[in-house]
Write a protein that binds this ligand. Structure first.
Ligand SMILES: [Zn+2]
Length: 321
Protein backbone atom coordinates (compact mmCIF):
# COMPACT_ATOMS: atom_id res chain seq x y z
CA UNK A 1 0.00 0.00 0.00
CA UNK A 2 2.78 2.35 0.98
CA UNK A 3 4.51 1.54 -2.29
CA UNK A 4 1.48 2.56 -4.32
CA UNK A 5 1.14 5.81 -2.42
CA UNK A 6 4.80 6.60 -3.00
CA UNK A 7 4.35 5.97 -6.69
CA UNK A 8 1.44 8.42 -6.72
CA UNK A 9 3.56 11.05 -4.95
CA UNK A 10 6.38 10.54 -7.43
CA UNK A 11 4.02 10.96 -10.36
CA UNK A 12 2.70 14.17 -8.83
CA UNK A 13 6.07 15.68 -8.12
CA UNK A 14 6.03 18.29 -10.87
CA UNK A 15 3.45 20.16 -12.93
CA UNK A 16 4.42 18.75 -16.33
CA UNK A 17 4.24 15.21 -15.01
CA UNK A 18 0.86 15.95 -13.41
CA UNK A 19 -0.40 17.27 -16.76
CA UNK A 20 0.92 14.24 -18.58
CA UNK A 21 -0.79 11.86 -16.15
CA UNK A 22 -4.12 13.68 -16.15
CA UNK A 23 -6.77 11.31 -17.43
CA UNK A 24 -9.23 13.96 -18.48
CA UNK A 25 -8.38 16.97 -20.55
CA UNK A 26 -10.32 19.15 -22.88
CA UNK A 27 -10.25 22.39 -24.76
CA UNK A 28 -12.24 25.54 -25.47
CA UNK A 29 -14.03 23.82 -28.33
CA UNK A 30 -15.99 21.70 -25.85
CA UNK A 31 -17.77 24.66 -24.24
CA UNK A 32 -21.15 26.23 -24.99
CA UNK A 33 -22.03 29.71 -23.70
CA UNK A 34 -25.69 30.62 -23.06
CA UNK A 35 -26.86 34.04 -24.33
CA UNK A 36 -30.10 35.73 -23.24
CA UNK A 37 -31.76 38.18 -25.61
CA UNK A 38 -34.93 40.05 -24.67
CA UNK A 39 -36.93 42.09 -27.15
CA UNK A 40 -38.23 44.34 -24.38
CA UNK A 41 -34.94 45.80 -23.18
CA UNK A 42 -32.55 48.31 -24.70
CA UNK A 43 -29.39 47.63 -22.76
CA UNK A 44 -27.78 44.98 -20.57
CA UNK A 45 -29.61 43.83 -17.46
CA UNK A 46 -27.80 41.96 -14.73
CA UNK A 47 -28.98 38.49 -13.74
CA UNK A 48 -28.96 37.95 -10.00
CA UNK A 49 -26.12 35.63 -9.06
CA UNK A 50 -24.83 35.08 -12.59
CA UNK A 51 -21.60 37.05 -12.69
CA UNK A 52 -20.51 38.05 -16.22
CA UNK A 53 -23.93 37.15 -17.67
CA UNK A 54 -26.65 39.57 -18.76
CA UNK A 55 -30.03 39.69 -20.38
CA UNK A 56 -29.41 41.92 -23.36
CA UNK A 57 -30.85 43.63 -26.37
CA UNK A 58 -30.18 42.10 -29.76
CA UNK A 59 -27.73 44.92 -30.58
CA UNK A 60 -25.75 44.32 -27.41
CA UNK A 61 -25.58 40.60 -28.09
CA UNK A 62 -23.38 41.25 -31.13
CA UNK A 63 -20.69 42.84 -28.98
CA UNK A 64 -21.01 40.09 -26.38
CA UNK A 65 -20.61 37.33 -28.97
CA UNK A 66 -17.69 39.20 -30.49
CA UNK A 67 -15.97 39.40 -27.09
CA UNK A 68 -16.72 35.74 -26.41
CA UNK A 69 -15.27 34.73 -29.76
CA UNK A 70 -12.09 36.54 -28.76
CA UNK A 71 -12.14 34.41 -25.62
CA UNK A 72 -12.27 31.23 -27.66
CA UNK A 73 -15.99 30.43 -27.32
CA UNK A 74 -17.48 29.19 -30.59
CA UNK A 75 -20.73 27.56 -29.50
CA UNK A 76 -23.61 29.69 -28.24
CA UNK A 77 -26.96 28.59 -26.86
CA UNK A 78 -29.52 31.28 -27.53
CA UNK A 79 -32.54 32.00 -25.33
CA UNK A 80 -34.86 34.57 -26.83
CA UNK A 81 -37.70 36.28 -24.97
CA UNK A 82 -40.32 38.27 -26.89
CA UNK A 83 -41.86 41.49 -25.57
CA UNK A 84 -45.36 40.03 -25.67
CA UNK A 85 -46.47 36.66 -24.28
CA UNK A 86 -49.60 34.91 -25.44
CA UNK A 87 -51.71 31.81 -24.95
CA UNK A 88 -51.21 30.40 -28.44
CA UNK A 89 -50.40 31.47 -32.03
CA UNK A 90 -47.00 32.78 -31.11
CA UNK A 91 -45.36 35.62 -32.98
CA UNK A 92 -41.78 34.61 -33.82
CA UNK A 93 -40.75 37.67 -35.85
CA UNK A 94 -38.27 38.87 -33.25
CA UNK A 95 -36.85 35.36 -32.80
CA UNK A 96 -36.29 35.05 -36.52
CA UNK A 97 -34.69 38.48 -36.74
CA UNK A 98 -32.40 37.73 -33.78
CA UNK A 99 -31.19 34.41 -35.20
CA UNK A 100 -30.73 35.60 -38.76
CA UNK A 101 -28.92 38.81 -37.82
CA UNK A 102 -26.50 36.94 -35.53
CA UNK A 103 -25.79 34.36 -38.22
CA UNK A 104 -25.43 37.04 -40.92
CA UNK A 105 -22.88 38.77 -38.79
CA UNK A 106 -20.81 35.87 -37.53
CA UNK A 107 -21.45 33.31 -40.29
CA UNK A 108 -19.69 30.05 -39.64
CA UNK A 109 -17.30 31.49 -37.07
CA UNK A 110 -19.92 30.45 -34.54
CA UNK A 111 -22.17 27.47 -34.05
CA UNK A 112 -25.55 28.85 -33.05
CA UNK A 113 -27.76 26.60 -30.92
CA UNK A 114 -31.29 27.81 -30.28
CA UNK A 115 -33.33 26.67 -27.31
CA UNK A 116 -36.79 25.55 -28.41
CA UNK A 117 -39.54 25.71 -25.80
CA UNK A 118 -42.84 27.38 -25.07
CA UNK A 119 -42.08 28.70 -21.58
CA UNK A 120 -40.67 32.05 -22.71
CA UNK A 121 -43.61 32.53 -25.11
CA UNK A 122 -46.65 31.50 -23.06
CA UNK A 123 -48.25 33.94 -20.64
CA UNK A 124 -48.36 31.17 -17.97
CA UNK A 125 -44.66 30.32 -18.33
CA UNK A 126 -45.13 26.56 -18.78
CA UNK A 127 -43.31 24.51 -21.42
CA UNK A 128 -46.59 23.19 -22.84
CA UNK A 129 -50.17 24.10 -23.67
CA UNK A 130 -53.02 22.90 -21.49
CA UNK A 131 -56.50 21.52 -22.02
CA UNK A 132 -59.37 23.17 -20.18
CA UNK A 133 -59.03 20.66 -17.33
CA UNK A 134 -55.33 21.69 -16.90
CA UNK A 135 -54.01 18.42 -18.34
CA UNK A 136 -51.25 18.80 -20.95
CA UNK A 137 -52.55 19.16 -24.50
CA UNK A 138 -49.75 17.11 -26.02
CA UNK A 139 -50.92 17.27 -29.65
CA UNK A 140 -51.17 21.03 -29.73
CA UNK A 141 -47.92 21.37 -27.76
CA UNK A 142 -45.96 19.20 -30.20
CA UNK A 143 -47.44 21.05 -33.14
CA UNK A 144 -46.39 24.45 -31.77
CA UNK A 145 -42.93 23.26 -30.68
CA UNK A 146 -42.29 21.78 -34.12
CA UNK A 147 -43.41 24.99 -35.84
CA UNK A 148 -41.02 26.99 -33.62
CA UNK A 149 -38.14 24.61 -34.36
CA UNK A 150 -38.78 24.95 -38.09
CA UNK A 151 -38.86 28.74 -37.92
CA UNK A 152 -35.50 28.75 -36.07
CA UNK A 153 -34.03 26.44 -38.69
CA UNK A 154 -35.35 28.71 -41.46
CA UNK A 155 -33.79 31.72 -39.74
CA UNK A 156 -30.39 30.00 -39.79
CA UNK A 157 -29.95 28.37 -36.42
CA UNK A 158 -27.24 25.70 -36.69
CA UNK A 159 -28.59 23.46 -33.95
CA UNK A 160 -32.13 22.96 -32.71
CA UNK A 161 -32.25 22.31 -28.96
CA UNK A 162 -35.70 21.34 -27.60
CA UNK A 163 -35.84 21.71 -23.81
CA UNK A 164 -39.50 21.10 -23.03
CA UNK A 165 -39.33 17.37 -22.06
CA UNK A 166 -42.61 16.47 -23.81
CA UNK A 167 -42.81 12.89 -25.10
CA UNK A 168 -42.58 12.75 -28.86
CA UNK A 169 -41.17 16.21 -29.44
CA UNK A 170 -37.84 15.07 -30.91
CA UNK A 171 -39.61 12.85 -33.45
CA UNK A 172 -42.11 15.57 -34.29
CA UNK A 173 -39.33 18.14 -34.84
CA UNK A 174 -37.24 15.69 -36.88
CA UNK A 175 -40.19 14.99 -39.13
CA UNK A 176 -40.96 18.63 -39.87
CA UNK A 177 -37.29 19.50 -40.41
CA UNK A 178 -36.85 16.59 -42.83
CA UNK A 179 -40.03 17.48 -44.68
CA UNK A 180 -38.94 21.10 -45.11
CA UNK A 181 -35.48 20.21 -46.39
CA UNK A 182 -33.58 20.67 -43.16
CA UNK A 183 -32.63 17.03 -42.88
CA UNK A 184 -29.01 18.02 -42.12
CA UNK A 185 -29.97 20.22 -39.17
CA UNK A 186 -28.90 18.47 -35.93
CA UNK A 187 -31.19 18.17 -32.92
CA UNK A 188 -29.63 18.34 -29.47
CA UNK A 189 -32.35 17.22 -27.07
CA UNK A 190 -32.37 18.20 -23.44
CA UNK A 191 -32.98 14.52 -22.77
CA UNK A 192 -32.48 13.95 -19.05
CA UNK A 193 -33.74 17.11 -17.40
CA UNK A 194 -34.64 16.95 -13.75
CA UNK A 195 -37.17 19.07 -11.98
CA UNK A 196 -34.57 20.93 -9.95
CA UNK A 197 -34.05 23.59 -7.32
CA UNK A 198 -31.10 24.92 -9.29
CA UNK A 199 -32.92 26.75 -12.10
CA UNK A 200 -33.82 29.96 -10.21
CA UNK A 201 -31.58 32.58 -11.86
CA UNK A 202 -32.34 31.18 -15.33
CA UNK A 203 -36.09 31.62 -14.92
CA UNK A 204 -35.56 35.29 -14.15
CA UNK A 205 -33.20 35.69 -17.10
CA UNK A 206 -35.46 33.93 -19.60
CA UNK A 207 -38.59 35.42 -18.00
CA UNK A 208 -40.07 31.93 -17.92
CA UNK A 209 -41.09 31.30 -14.31
CA UNK A 210 -44.43 29.41 -14.27
CA UNK A 211 -47.28 31.57 -12.99
CA UNK A 212 -49.00 28.56 -11.37
CA UNK A 213 -47.98 25.07 -10.26
CA UNK A 214 -44.56 23.65 -11.09
CA UNK A 215 -42.95 21.56 -13.84
CA UNK A 216 -42.91 18.27 -11.97
CA UNK A 217 -45.51 16.73 -14.26
CA UNK A 218 -43.15 16.88 -17.24
CA UNK A 219 -39.67 17.14 -15.75
CA UNK A 220 -37.90 14.20 -14.07
CA UNK A 221 -37.89 13.25 -10.41
CA UNK A 222 -34.30 13.45 -9.14
CA UNK A 223 -34.85 10.32 -7.06
CA UNK A 224 -35.32 8.18 -10.14
CA UNK A 225 -32.47 6.70 -12.15
CA UNK A 226 -34.30 4.37 -14.55
CA UNK A 227 -36.84 7.01 -15.55
CA UNK A 228 -34.00 9.48 -16.14
CA UNK A 229 -32.14 7.06 -18.40
CA UNK A 230 -35.33 6.07 -20.23
CA UNK A 231 -36.02 9.72 -21.04
CA UNK A 232 -32.68 9.97 -22.87
CA UNK A 233 -33.26 6.62 -24.60
CA UNK A 234 -36.60 7.88 -25.89
CA UNK A 235 -34.98 11.01 -27.35
CA UNK A 236 -32.31 8.83 -28.98
CA UNK A 237 -34.94 6.55 -30.50
CA UNK A 238 -36.89 9.55 -31.73
CA UNK A 239 -33.86 10.78 -33.66
CA UNK A 240 -31.87 13.13 -31.41
CA UNK A 241 -28.32 13.63 -32.68
CA UNK A 242 -26.88 14.59 -29.31
CA UNK A 243 -28.19 14.34 -25.76
CA UNK A 244 -27.88 16.40 -22.61
CA UNK A 245 -28.21 15.96 -18.87
CA UNK A 246 -29.10 18.77 -16.46
CA UNK A 247 -28.35 19.96 -13.84
CA UNK A 248 -24.69 19.11 -14.34
CA UNK A 249 -23.38 18.04 -10.96
CA UNK A 250 -26.54 16.26 -9.85
CA UNK A 251 -26.56 14.15 -13.03
CA UNK A 252 -22.94 13.07 -13.37
CA UNK A 253 -23.72 9.47 -12.41
CA UNK A 254 -25.96 9.11 -15.47
CA UNK A 255 -23.72 10.38 -18.26
CA UNK A 256 -21.73 7.21 -18.96
CA UNK A 257 -24.79 5.02 -18.56
CA UNK A 258 -26.65 7.07 -21.17
CA UNK A 259 -23.62 7.11 -23.48
CA UNK A 260 -23.25 3.34 -23.28
CA UNK A 261 -26.92 2.72 -23.95
CA UNK A 262 -27.30 5.17 -26.85
CA UNK A 263 -23.83 5.58 -28.39
CA UNK A 264 -24.65 9.26 -28.76
CA UNK A 265 -22.75 12.33 -27.62
CA UNK A 266 -23.93 13.34 -24.15
CA UNK A 267 -23.23 16.78 -22.73
CA UNK A 268 -23.73 18.33 -19.35
CA UNK A 269 -25.49 21.62 -18.61
CA UNK A 270 -24.04 23.38 -15.58
CA UNK A 271 -27.24 25.23 -14.72
CA UNK A 272 -27.76 28.74 -13.41
CA UNK A 273 -28.19 27.80 -9.74
CA UNK A 274 -24.97 25.79 -9.78
CA UNK A 275 -23.03 28.66 -11.34
CA UNK A 276 -24.69 31.27 -9.10
CA UNK A 277 -23.85 29.22 -6.01
CA UNK A 278 -20.17 29.48 -6.90
CA UNK A 279 -20.39 33.20 -7.80
CA UNK A 280 -22.10 34.05 -4.51
CA UNK A 281 -19.63 31.94 -2.53
CA UNK A 282 -16.81 33.83 -4.18
CA UNK A 283 -18.45 37.14 -3.28
CA UNK A 284 -18.36 36.04 0.36
CA UNK A 285 -14.71 35.04 0.07
CA UNK A 286 -15.50 31.34 0.42
CA UNK A 287 -13.98 30.11 -2.83
CA UNK A 288 -12.17 31.12 -5.98
CA UNK A 289 -14.68 31.07 -8.84
CA UNK A 290 -12.18 30.20 -11.56
CA UNK A 291 -10.74 27.32 -9.57
CA UNK A 292 -14.18 26.03 -8.64
CA UNK A 293 -15.31 26.18 -12.27
CA UNK A 294 -12.21 24.33 -13.36
CA UNK A 295 -12.86 21.62 -10.79
CA UNK A 296 -16.52 21.13 -11.66
CA UNK A 297 -15.83 21.08 -15.41
CA UNK A 298 -13.13 18.46 -15.00
CA UNK A 299 -15.46 16.38 -12.84
CA UNK A 300 -18.17 16.52 -15.50
CA UNK A 301 -15.61 15.58 -18.11
CA UNK A 302 -14.33 12.75 -15.91
CA UNK A 303 -17.91 11.53 -15.62
CA UNK A 304 -18.04 11.36 -19.42
CA UNK A 305 -19.54 14.69 -20.53
CA UNK A 306 -18.53 15.25 -24.16
CA UNK A 307 -19.47 18.91 -24.13
CA UNK A 308 -20.28 21.39 -21.36
CA UNK A 309 -22.79 24.21 -21.34
CA UNK A 310 -21.81 26.73 -18.70
CA UNK A 311 -22.42 30.38 -17.82
CA UNK A 312 -18.69 30.50 -17.19
CA UNK A 313 -17.69 29.28 -20.68
CA UNK A 314 -16.47 32.77 -21.54
CA UNK A 315 -13.98 32.50 -18.64
CA UNK A 316 -12.55 29.16 -19.78
CA UNK A 317 -9.67 30.70 -21.75
CA UNK A 318 -8.65 32.90 -18.83
CA UNK A 319 -8.87 29.85 -16.56
CA UNK A 320 -6.39 28.05 -18.78
CA UNK A 321 -8.34 25.91 -21.21
ZN1 LIG B 1 -39.45 25.41 -21.12
Amino acid sequence: MEKAEKKLHRLKSNQLLRDLCSETSFSLSHFVQPIFINEGINDNEEIIGLKNNFVMSLDNSFKQIDDDLNNGVKNFLLFISPKKKSVSSFNLDFHQRAISSIKDRFMNDINLWTDVCLCSLTDHGHCCLFNEDQSIDIDRTLKEISKIALSYAQAGSDIIAPSDMMDGRTLSIRKILDKEEFSMKPIVSYSTKFSSNFYGPFREAASSAPSFGDRKQYQLDYRSESEAIRASLRCAEEGADMLMVKPGMTSIDLIMKIREKTNLMVGSYQVSGEYAGMCLSEEKGLLDLNEALKETWHVMRRAGAQYIISYGARLAKEIGF
